[in-house]
Design a protein around this ligand. Sequence first.
Ligand code: SF4
Length: 350
Amino acid sequence: MDPHTAEFGFELRTCRWAEREWPPGADPAGDSYAIVVARQLGTKRRRWDTIVLECDPVALRQRAAFGRERLDGDLRHVVRNAPAEWTYYRDALPHPGYPWRYVREAIHRAADRGILETRKNGTRIEIRRKWAYPDWLERIVAIENKPDLDASAARTLASQLEYDVAVGLADEVWVATETTGERVEPAIFEDLPVEAGILALAPDDLTAEVAWHPRSLAVDKPGTRILERPDGGERDDSAARFEYADPEWKIDKRLGIAERAYERGWRSFANTMRPDCRHFQLRARDATQALPYCAAMSRCQTAAECAGSCDEFEPEPPVWRTRGWPIEGGPGKRLQQLLADRRRRRRPGL
Ligand code: SF4
């Protein structure tokens, strides 16, 4: 099977496993935190395959009052600093470091979303909070999925994990690989940073064993972003280039990633695929999860393959949209709705 295809299906299984079982080895009856799982998120320089947010359950429920859409940086600046009593917005909010007109625009957006109260006092805009923005995020866990971790995949992955360890944006980084059933998982012998955990996942059974425990990274301390590293060849005596990542930047980035994860979850894969193609199906591999399936290729297709540029793409026949699905707009729309409903069920309070 094409390794990319295998990786995509494996990634979705990791997401589902994390949703059911995280943290590994924990008592399933205990629920000291709530979990939000998302995929393909991160920063401009580094995107993680799977993200697990460990959240305070009460605060996560309170977060739902702000709606299922993410709060971007400008909205967070407003709602996190909004006062309990009516106050002129420039007196209430710290200077954002950019012109106030952008803050006014964010205030109007927040009011339109119903998450902030506003009123006019003469020519002045006053604001008052509806709810305090809760401190819902506790930890961010990043997982890279490599079902088939051979030496060359490990080399590529090692430099990405070194970047993660140096910057310390996630609390933990892991590699999920398909279990081999051997007494010591071979992934242990690859040259990965010791700070990264290794998870041996059985994608069919949705069970996993920890082959190596990760170290917690210093998310509240300054980190370094590795911008460039020498290739290490004989003629290469250049130094690696670094950039400083200050703790304030990290706090804001972490919350930005968490907000995007909250909005997207991991079932949003259908949003970037073509469920309106007549060959698109969702197939339940077992009672726990529906995975995308392409009837034309007779296998699980990747998100990259399942795009408008796909040679096999055929729009679902108009009759599908009119007979039996007069409002929803055909089975493609129904599949998207089904995944959206499942995503919503994982957000308490929505
Ligand atoms: S034929 Fe192409 S567009 Fe249609 S479901 Fe398969 S991969 Fe997606």
